[in-house]
Design a protein around this ligand. Structure first.
Ligand code: S3P
Length: 456
């Protein structure tokens, strides 16, 4: 791997506080970074193909750089050619080598979980590790199906947490696995492992989760069938041991990152912002749908297909929002967007009820608790009932507190967005984790007119 890439994986060790205050109208046209989910997968599939995969628009955030390093440690040649331009020389399914040192995924659940599946189909041992946030997150959900496929868990911290040492068997067993939670990470780990098994591996999910892995498998020439399962679910069947053929990948802009300037434009009076080339895969756009139901002015312009995904430019204007009821079955399509939706809900008039948020408790932080604490700091009335978050909006937010971000980039960005329209500034204790998914968040937002200060 190139020196540039390997030297930029870790973020600042000491916390860096930041503050956002009431801003004039936000205006301009911006491009947010490449999609995080697609970026991880582009590197992983590139490493599993035989030959050279060219990637453009790769998100160069810490999470993805850690995946790039892990792919290199497993034997792929991973090289940065220029901004967002990468080249991966893959070693083929079953061709990974044992890494010399533990693989460090930093803050990234996606990197760690997908690569556990990737490694499973190789008769090697590898240790997976991460930062304090990732070490707290559940990994049993990945170990369970992998153990059924014959992988042995040589070592794991209490409760099946990182650090974890896995050993892939000589011959992996193909399975049919019904996932207990709608999770693209579980689905992807099982399918990536299934690449190394003879015969068919089947994954069933009760609610459809993001389908980038399935799309990329097809893009690289694997044979798979996707069928509907029940009212909202899917059944994915993959034929094992294909030869993956390298194909160029263009990574579209991340709708989960677009969510921040988008909600900022909705809540700051007079704003008119355009976000270019945002991926509008229907399994990722629950937030846009919900905001439109709330009365948001979001126009999709120039819809087109780029690199196998639909994209559009989003024109967003300040809007009077109204509270809505968000059904639980929409959660997988907007799972990372609830913190910023809670911010929009605080500026809406009326009650917003977000149902079925149990998975928020096991993200980079306990996002249900972190969002609630942030709303309390800002003087917003809210309640948690079971797994539902209820926000009582009055159209304005007092602001004025300091929000604990708990090593969570999306908590940090959500409450800075909130501060752009509150009476008093909103402070956050640490902005450094924004580098995991959106390194240029502050300059991009400032370019639109956002008043964000970072302590040096
Ligand atoms: C991701 C899946 C989601 C999401 C995460 C990225 C992926 O997690 O929260 O940020 O790339 O597969 P789950 O599918 O586990 O909910």
């Amino acid at each position: 791997m190139s020196a540039t890439a390997s030297s930029s994986g870790g973020h600042a060790a000491s916390p860096s506080p930041a503050a956002a205050s009431s801003s004039g109208p936000l205006a301009g046209t911006v491009t947010v970074p490449g999609d995080k989910s697609v970026s991880h997968r582009a590197l992983i599939f590139g490493a599993l193909a035989i030959g050279e995969t060219r990637i453009s628009g790769l998100l160069e955030g810490e999470d993805v750089l850690n995946t790039a390093k892990a792919c290199a440690a497993l034997g792929a040649r991973v090289e940065r050619l220029g901004a967002g331009e990468w080249r991966v020389e893959g070693v083929g399914i079953g061709g990974l080598r044992a890494p010399a040192a533990p693989l460090d995924f930093g803050n990234s659940g996606t990197g760690a979980r997908l690569m556990m599946g990737m490694v499973a189909g190789n008769p090697i041992e590898a240790t997976f590790d991460g930062d304090a946030s990732l070490r707290r997150r559940p990994m049993r959900r990945i170990l369970d199906p992998l153990e059924k496929m014959g992988v042995s868990v040589e070592e794991a911290a209490e409760g099946g947490r990182l650090p974890i040492r896995l050993k892939g068997p000589r011959d992996l067993i193909p399975i049919t696995y019904e996932s207990p939670v709608a999770s693209a990470q579980i689905k992807s780990a099982v399918l990536l492992a299934g690449l190394g098994a003879p015969g068919e591996t089947t994954l069933i999910e009760k609610e459809a989760s993001r389908d980038h892995t399935e799309r990329m498998l097809a893009h690289f020439g694997a044979e798979l069938r996707v069928e509907s399962h029940g009212a909202h679910g899917r059944k994915v069947t993959l034929k094992g041991r294909p030869e993956l053929k390298p194909t160029p990948i263009h990574v579209p802009a991340d709708p989960s990152s677009a969510a921040f300037p988008l909600v900022a434009a909705l809540i700051v009076p007079g704003s008119d912002v355009t976000i270019k080339g945002v991926m509008i895969n229907p399994l990722r756009t629950g937030l846009f749908k919900t905001l439109k139901e709330m009365g948001a002015s979001i126009e999709l312009l120039g819809e087109r297909v780029e690199g196998g995904e639909s994209v559009a430019d989003l024109r967003v204007r300040h809007s009077a929002l109204t509270g809505v009821d968000v059904p639980a079955e929409r959660a997988p399509s907007m799972i990372d967007e609830y913190p910023v939706l809670a911010v929009a809900a605080a500026f809406a008039r009326g009650t917003t009820r977000m149902r079925g948020l149990s998975e928020l408790r096991v993200k980079e932080s306990d996002r249900l608790a972190a969002v609630a604490a942030g709303l309390a700091q800002a003087g917003v009335t809210y309640a948690i009932e079971g797994d539902d978050l209820i926000v009582e909006g009055t159209g304005t937010v007092a602001g004025g507190g300091t929000v604990a971000t708990h090593m969570d980039h999306r908590i940090a960005m959500s409450f800075l967005v909130m501060g752009l329209a509150t009476g008093k500034p909103m402070k956050i204790d640490d902005i450094s984790f924004v580098a995991t998914s959106f390194p240029a968040f502050v300059p991009l937002m400032r370019g639109l007119g956002a008043a964000i200060e970072v302590a040096s």
